[in-house]
Design a protein around this ligand. Structure first.
Ligand SMILES: *Cc1c(COP(=O)(O)O)cnc(C)c1O
Ligand code: SF4
Length: 335
């Protein structure tokens, strides 16, 4: 039995915890003992893309600190209404590279399946903030078309489950999906991109671990942690069993001004990840989505941070610094 720090949370399933997520900025600020003067500014942004944060993740935030890097990632702020040239509604325009609804085949050998549009947390810098990805998912009905496409695309050896967050699906739905995919002989790897195990460790259920341990495909889980403080002892208890079951664990981060634009924090994150058996994979420049301009770090600063990481860490702890460009054959390395 995994020991939980908060017995009240321990009693709830991950689904109940998600349903119980904080969605009222006033409640979050009250809980964090932060002065309400921040509130009028949050109201307008909140209406466009609401606050959503699991209580477990809120529990990782520092009380009384309005600049807490975890809080900054989820609290709607006035700055979001500032428009800036180049920051658009659909920065990556992925949907044009979709052969069937919910499936993106953009890069050779890999296809990305939007397993669900839902997410367990609303990150302010997310490209989802303007797009009803729920309309473009390979849900139950769409799945057959996606599977048919994958069956005839013999060059695809890896399927990436993305979203939203694919781990929003209950385990039995993930199992269904996995069985459909592993029946296609040329699919060798199953990759899951998810933030849920970071912001809600209880999502890593024994059923999920068993599913990934048992599949014929090689399982890869790409976590999404941006700051060393997002990771703690509970992740050791939930993430380590994944690794022990043969899952390759990677992490991707987004470079965010006021959150992790600091070489010391990024190095700490890499060290912490490795201590959990996770390798840093990508450090992304922000997708230029409208409302997120205040998070942008210039390329010059990003390159300087990356140089400092290289100067302090073994090569395997330095993530690749990349950006996503519409129409490119891969993520584009900076510099
Ligand atoms: C990022 C991405 C991938 C995966 O790229 P890797 O470089 O293999 O991590 C695949 N498909 C799409 C559409 C993507 O955006
Ligand atoms: S977890 Fe990922 S997909 Fe979900 S809101 Fe955050 S950045 Fe967006």
């Amino acid at each position: 039995m995994i020991h939980r720090t908060d017995p009240a949370l321990q009693a709830l399933s991950w689904q109940r915890q998600l349903a119980d997520a904080i969605s009222d900025p006033a409640e979050l600020l009250r809980y964090l003992e932060i002065d309400k003067h921040l509130l009028p500014a949050t109201a307008a942004s909140q209406q466009k893309f609401s606050l959503r944060v699991p209580r477990w993740f809120a529990g990782r935030m520092e009380k009384g600190n309005p600049n807490d890097p975890l809080l900054r990632q989820v609290l709607p702020l006035q700055e979001e209404s500032i428009s800036k040239a180049g920051f658009v509604l659909d920065p990556v325009s992925d949907l044009t590279q979709s052969p069937v609804p919910g499936l993106l085949h953009k890069y050779r050998g890999r296809a990305l399946l939007i397993a669900t549009g839902a997410c367990g947390i609303n990150c302010r810098y997310c490209f989802r903030r303007h797009y009803p990805y729920a309309d473009a998912t390979a849900g139950r009905e769409g799945l057959s078309a996606a599977v048919a496409y994958l069956e005839q695309a013999a060059d695809i050896s890896e399927v990436i489950l993305s979203g939203g967050d694919p781990l929003m699906l209950p385990d039995h739905r993930l199992a269904e999906l996995t069985y459909r995919l592993e029946a296609i002989p040329h699919i060798r790897r199953l990759r899951i991109h998810t933030r849920l195990p970071v912001v809600l460790p209880d999502r890593v259920t024994p059923e999920l671990i068993d599913l990934l341990a048992a599949t014929r495909m090689q399982p890869i889980v790409v976590l999404h942690a941006n700051h060393s403080r997002e990771l703690c002892h509970e992740h050791r208890l939930t993430i380590a069993p994944l690794r022990e079951s043969g899952v390759t664990l990677l992490n991707q981060s987004v470079l965010l001004k006021g959150v992790n634009d600091d070489a010391r924090i990024l190095c700490e994150l890499s060290e912490k990840l490795f201590s959990l058996g996770v390798l840093p994979y990508y450090l992304h420049q922000l997708d230029r989505v409208a409302g997120a301009a205040h998070f942008e770090v210039t390329d010059a600063v990003a390159l300087d941070l990356h140089r400092k990481m290289r100067a302090s860490l073994p090569g395997y702890l330095v993530p690749r610094l990349v950006r996503e460009e519409a129409g490119a054959a891969s993520k584009i390395p900076l510099g």
